[in-house]
Design a protein around this ligand. Structure first.
Ligand code: ZN
Ligand code: ZN
Length: 428
């Protein structure tokens, strides 16, 4: 293992793959914008305690997966394993509860978890997420789910399944928790080691276990919908009505409990069958107590995050076209032409046109090869003969059409922009 390789579970994202990432980010931003979500930039490092308190000390993330270190000032610092905790901290720290509600934010960037790397799972992974504060209404849940649905629709990712559940509130969850503990206690001897611990610390997570011997034990486990209080029940019923009104397809799955402590009422996951074991591409839920736990006033909230690597993997079969393909390649023949084409290239770039100026010492044949490799739409040849006339010879690589274009006139930038806009249609 060399120091000059990436770390295990960490990857570079290079062209052309990065085009897919840009497409996902651009699409998500556009959809967030029409739903009134504004971008928030949250730090990558936070006090460790922030994540322990919000995600919960009994979760896999906090127990085994965080990148935690002591900084030079002796503070315990953690690379963020998820985004919600930081956004909630930011909301409280900046007194955003004093602003008109709801406050709606989105973020994107890398997260860090020390997990066993496998297909679709990385130690540095990227998420785009959104959080909405100060709306208790199930309308807010429905809007967020419809927003997630719209992002995925616009990315043309098919065969996805949205599953929803309610995991109750302070009133009803303790009753359900008790029922679960009493059900699994009878089966304790057959549970895996992790589940034995969960039975005491975090019994809802027993439902998440994927270990073969644990799966059949869940078959007759009590299910949360049977234990919801009236408030949680009507919230969930109203959410379903509104999802139908928004034309969002969904399935109910009483086993969606999510691994984190802070969720209340609505939880959801969007899954796919196409990524092997790594099924979830987006997930989230409501967390009505977290703002208060962070020292703010009681404030209902809901959020979600989606995984960039998994979305990108799903999109890689139909990658977006490279809009960055090069419009103009200059082929100067000699030093005088090199000076003029470089100077002109800078003018065109300032005008927003993508240009690659070639080297004056290169022969025409090599220029053409290079332009082809760069996937240029037009080559503009400038030799001594052209320079004397003040014109360059353009050649369209797709069909070999040729023409002349002035190199030094008041509307030279406009003329080149017009030329570049016709990579396939007839040039005037
Ligand atoms: Zn309840
Ligand atoms: Zn288990």
């Amino acid at each position: 293992m060399s120091r000059f390789n990436t770390l295990k579970g960490v990857q570079d994202i290079c062209p052309p793959d990065v085009l897919i990432w840009q497409e996902i980010e651009r699409t998500a931003r556009e959809v967030f914008h029409v739903y009134g979500f504004g971008e928030i930039k949250i730090p990558i490092i936070e006090y460790t305690d922030l994540f322990v308190r919000s995600i919960g000390g009994d979760t896999d993330i906090v127990e085994k997966e965080m990148y935690t270190f002591t900084d030079r000032g002796g503070r315990s610092i953690t690379l963020r394993p998820e985004g919600t905790a930081s956004v909630v901290r930011c909301y409280v720290e900046n007194h955003m509860h004093n602003l008109p509600s709801p406050q709606k934010f989105y973020y994107s960037g890398p997260m860090f978890r020390y997990e066993r790397p496998q297909k679709g799972r990385f130690r540095q992974f990227y998420q785009i997420g959104a959080e909405a504060f100060a709306s208790e209404s199930p309308r807010c849940d429905a809007e967020m789910l419809s927003m997630v649905n719209n992002i995925l629709l616009r990315l043309s990712i098919g065969n996805l399944r949205l599953e929803i559940n309610s995991i109750g509130c302070k009133v009803c969850r303790p009753r359900y928790r008790e029922a679960l503990v009493s059900y699994f206690s009878e089966k304790e001897d057959n549970l895996c080691t992790d589940c034995k611990t969960r039975l005491r610390s975090n019994p809802l997570r027993l439902l998440d276990c994927k270990i073969e011997t644990c799966v059949p034990l869940k078959a007759d486990a009590p299910l949360i919908p049977d234990y919801l209080c009236d408030g949680c029940k009507s919230h969930h019923e109203r959410l379903k009505e509104l999802l139908a009104a928004c034309n969002v397809n969904f399935y109910e799955n009483p086993l969606i409990v999510r691994g984190l402590d802070y969720y209340t009422k609505t939880t959801f996951e969007v899954t796919t069958e196409h990524l092997g074991a790594q099924k979830a591409v987006a997930a989230g839920g409501r967390y009505d107590y977290l703002v208060k736990e962070f020292g703010g006033p009681a404030t209902a909230a809901i959020g979600f995050a989606m995984g960039m690597e998994r979305l990108a993997a799903l999109m890689s079969e139909n990658p977006p076209k490279d809009s960055a393909a090069l419009p103009i390649y200059f082929a100067p023949l000699g030093q005088r032409a090199e000076t003029i084409t470089l100077s002109l290239s800078e003018k065109l770039r300032a005008g927003g046109l993508g240009v690659e100026p070639g080297d004056g010492a290169t022969l025409l044949k090599s220029h053409m090869k290079k332009a082809d490799k760069l996937n240029a739409a037009f080559v503009v040849i400038v030799g001594d003969e052209e320079l004397d006339k003040g014109y360059g010879t353009w050649r369209r690589l797709s069909d070999g059409t040729q023409g002349e274009i002035a190199l030094d006139c008041p509307d030279v930038v406009d003329n080149f922009l017009r030329l570049a806009r016709c990579p396939e249609e007839p040039v005037r």
